[in-house]
Design a protein. Structure first.
Length: 472
């Protein structure tokens, strides 16, 4: 008897280090790769009414699927595409081809779990088995020195334990050959890219989706430019392509596995240089694992207003017009508006930028963190449920390691991390007459100073929505 399997690609859009695909190839004679553009992901809204998957991420995912389809073709297979409700379509296909198994990498956040559970239940009615693999994290939970329920509530304790006791396993190789897909199975079409007007293309380079682009970017950041060897110094910058690895969209969609990234950094350390910067890139990657474990430990609480602690009490505003001022980059605070403009135009923002805009929304504007988190969910190319909500929880003080006031002085931060004002000038050309770091302080300027720079607040640039004494 010929054993047939479906490999359901989800946030693991790659051939290398893909445990579900590897396992399917080990067990089945026929392997059918499938991706579903699920209406609930692409066409629905978040609770505050933002499109769940904005244009930038939609296009990025479409490119990832185009790339994966090509790679599958190169090794003898064909990607099957469907559009609609995942559990219905996969059940239909699995029944039609008489599959024995559906393989996938397991997700752990509620919406994703709902889909995989619904599919599994349907498959049971036909005696088809769902086989789960893992593939999101650097560490295997089975290797951890603590059960998930005892994941430390501070990052530092987590990091110290895993660094000391847990080896990171090697990534798996890509398959070199796949069995052909029966031509009678309807192929389906990849949706077309949505046209976007991109005004800024030089420094704010646009991300190209797919495993090939991910591996190229990794090669660029390590081997071509050696940028990694100064990562610890540059990682807090905001302008340009080279200051950080730009791996997050690829990790989020699974175009690259964290183990592959780790393997490559280790190779770089052996062949070129091992220093605090090469260590720090892996250190940052640990944050990603940490937030995933926190998500597993606390479940849906990370998505709730009070976060992981029900005793939290806050009085945040949900005023839509106030929120829109932030989202549409009209706060009158250059550090915030420049970052929000970048997010809106490209789907990306630096880590420094994200911390500042999140703190500003929650701590200065007193707007509900969930509105910000949902807006990020909609807009970010690299959106990942645990990393996004985990970071927002953290800044709003409702997550792990809570502190009453994770307030950022956004003007000081601007002067420090954009000391020549280049980032603000790039995204807010209306402020180009204000030189250097002074551009961060327009909200605190006297009328004389503003006149000197030919700037009329409220006309050329908005008056600040809030001003804090501590900015001076
Ligand atoms: C409010 C807020 C929301 C965020 N939302 C997301 C999100 O949805 N998806 C996402 O991938 N990252 C998120 N981050 C984390 C971080 O900002 C991005 O991972 C980083 O800016 C991506 O750029 P990079 O790949 O060049 O990062 P690098 O500095 O090169 O870091 C390497 C990798 O480490 C991981 N990493 C670094 N910092 C963090 C962090 N704080 N939390 C989790 N992982 C981290 C990422 O996978 C990143 O690709 C968020 C941060 C904040 C403050």
């Amino acid at each position: 008897m010929i054993n047939k399997a479906i490999v359901w690609f989800r946030n693991d859009l790659r051939l290398h280090d893909n445990e579900a695909l590897t396992e399917a190839l080990r067990m089945a004679d026929v392997v059918i790769p499938v991706f579903v553009f699920d209406d609930r992901i692409f066409d629905s809204k978040t609770s505050y009414g933002f499109g769940k998957t904005g244009i930038h991420r939609s296009n990025f995912i479409i490119e990832c699927i185009q790339d994966l389809s090509k790679s599958l073709e190169n090794i003898g297979s064909t990607m099957i595409i469907r559009r609609g409700i995942t559990e219905d379509l996969l059940f239909e296909l699995a029944s039609e081809i008489n599959a024995s198994w559906v393989f996938c990498n397991r997700e752990r956040t509620q919406e994703e779990v709902n889909v995989q559970d619904a599919l599994e239940k349907k498959l049971w009615t036909k005696g088809i088995e769902m086989r789960y693999s893992r593939g999101k994290m650097l560490y295997y939970t089975s290797d951890l020195p603590f059960p998930i329920t005892h994941t430390p509530d501070t990052f530092t304790s987590f990091r110290k334990e895993v660094e000391k006791y847990v080896p990171i396993r090697k990534s798996l190789p890509s398959p070199t050959k796949l069995p052909p897909v029966d031509p009678v199975i309807e192929r389906g079409n990849i949706p077309c890219l949505i046209p976007i007007d991109i005004n800024k293309t030089n420094d704010a380079r646009v991300f190209k989706g797919g495993e090939c682009a991910a591996l190229e970017q990794l090669n660029y950041y390590l081997w071509e430019t050696d940028n990694i060897k100064t990562y610890k110094k540059t990682r807090n910058e905001m302008l340009g392509w080279d200051f950080s690895s730009k791996m997050s969209p690829y990790l989020s969609q699974g175009c690259i596995s964290p183990k592959k990234l780790h393997d490559e950094v280790k190779k770089y350390e052996e062949q070129r240089i091992k220093n605090d910067s090469t260590y720090w890139l892996i250190f940052e990657l640990l944050w990603r694992d940490y937030f995933r474990l926190v998500g597993k430990k606390y479940g849906n609480k990370i998505f709730l207003a009070n976060g992981i602690n029900e005793d939290n009490q806050h009085n945040w505003s949900t005023d839509r017009s106030l929120f829109n001022i932030w989202a549409q980059a009209r706060t009158g605070v250059p550090m915030i508006d420049a970052n929000m403009r970048e997010l809106n135009e490209t789907g990306f923002m630096s880590n420094r930028g994200r911390q500042n805009v999140a703190s500003f929304l929650v701590n200065d504007m007193k707007v509900h963190w969930l509105m910000g988190a949902e807006y990020f969910e909609s807009m970010l190319i690299d959106y990942d449920p645990c990393s996004n909500y985990g970071n927002w929880n953290y800044i709003a003080g409702v997550g792990v390691d809570p502190r009453p006031d994770r307030w950022f002085n956004v003007v000081h931060q601007g002067k420090k991390y954009d000391s020549k004002g280049a980032y603000v000038h790039y995204w807010l050309p209306e402020l180009e007459t204000v030189p250097g770091f002074k551009v961060h302080a327009v909200a605190n300027m006297s009328q004389d100073e503003l006149s000197e720079y030919n700037l009329i607040l409220g006309k050329d640039y908005p008056k600040a929505i809030v001003v804090d004494k501590r900015w001076a």
